[in-house]
Write a protein that binds this ligand. Structure first.
Ligand SMILES: O=C(O)CCC(=O)C(=O)O
Length: 282
């Protein structure tokens, strides 16, 4: 019974994964967004998000907030999302095989800064404008990427996320990210392109043949730099050649991403919107 319920719940998710033409996805998303609560106002010019799929927020987190976040994470352990059998370990002592390791969602939600950033009115304004409705926070992650590997694993190769009809991800660097520490990589304009829409991983050569080299953006930056990105566009987290990278991510969508379970919840902090936080707060 549990299995058939899970499959039934996944039908809307499976369906949206079959419609891969960006313009048709946009039309369906616009119709769905119109049935949701209206977004708050947006003060920012987001033409870059509409045209290229990215909006940069340099120096987004102040040094104090970076330190607060890093101090909160310091007492927590992480796990290898692809090798859960390795159990949890200290972030600065990863097993040699581990490429990426995540903080536990429950522990992350207990850090007040997590929901404070996720509910930043400036971010919510931009996201609401892009989605066409009041956003729903649909995933929250913080993870380390580690050096010491010759071959990319999973999201370290180009791919599209096909999670929901329309969504955006906020990426916040919590360490400096130079070319050796696995800068996030994005193909600007690809979220609106019909090229390479088959659901698979793509090599750098395939992307290089399909898109102009100048549109492939290497997101180096300082701790505190952030960007909003439509990751239906082609992207990857590159292999770290030298040092590790710590990143925080919040995903916003029209509704839930139906392959995630939303069992982990905390009390809704005072002043935060119940609809926006409905999947993570009671
Ligand atoms: O690690 C990265 O920069 C890429 C992450 C990614 O592929 C994603 O969040 O969808």
């Amino acid at each position: 019974v549990r299995r058939s319920l899970a499959i039934r719940a996944n039908i809307p998710w499976q369906l949206q994964r079959r419609i891969l033409r960006p313009e048709l996805r946009r039309k369906i998303a616009t119709a769905l967004a119109a049935r949701q609560p209206a977004p708050a106002g947006c003060q920012e010019d987001i033409v870059d998000l509409d045209l290229y799929g990215q909006h940069l927020l340099p120096g987004y987190l102040s040094q104090d907030r970076i330190e607060e976040f890093r101090a909160g994470l310091a007492s927590l352990t992480v796990t290898d999302r692809y090798r859960p059998d390795l159990g949890s370990f200290d972030a600065d002592r990863p097993p040699a095989v581990t490429h990426v390791a995540d903080y536990d969602l429950g522990a992350l939600l207990k850090l007040p800064i997590t929901l404070r950033i996720a509910n930043d009115p400036k971010i919510l304004g931009i996201v609401g404008q892009y989605l066409g409705c009041k956003p729903t926070i649909s995933n929250i992650l913080a993870w380390w990427s580690y050096p010491g590997h010759a071959e990319p694993e999973e999201a370290e190769s180009f791919h599209r996320d096909v999670d929901e009809w329309r969504f955006l991800k906020l990426f916040v660097y919590l360490t400096d990210v130079d070319p050796g520490s696995g800068p996030h990589c994005y193909v600007r304009g690809s979220a609106r392109s019909n090229r390479l829409t088959r659901l698979q991983r793509y090599s750098d050569d395939e992307v290089g043949r399909a898109f102009d080299r100048a549109s492939v953006e290497q997101m180096t930056g300082r701790a505190g730099d952030a960007f909003l990105e439509d990751t239906f566009g082609l992207h990857k987290g590159q292999l770290c050649a030298a040092g590790p990278r710590l990143i925080f991510q919040v995903q916003y969508s029209i509704g839930p991403v139906r392959i995630y379970d939303y069992d982990t919840k905390v009390a809704l902090p005072a002043g935060m919107d119940a609809h926006i936080n409905r999947l993570y707060c009671t």
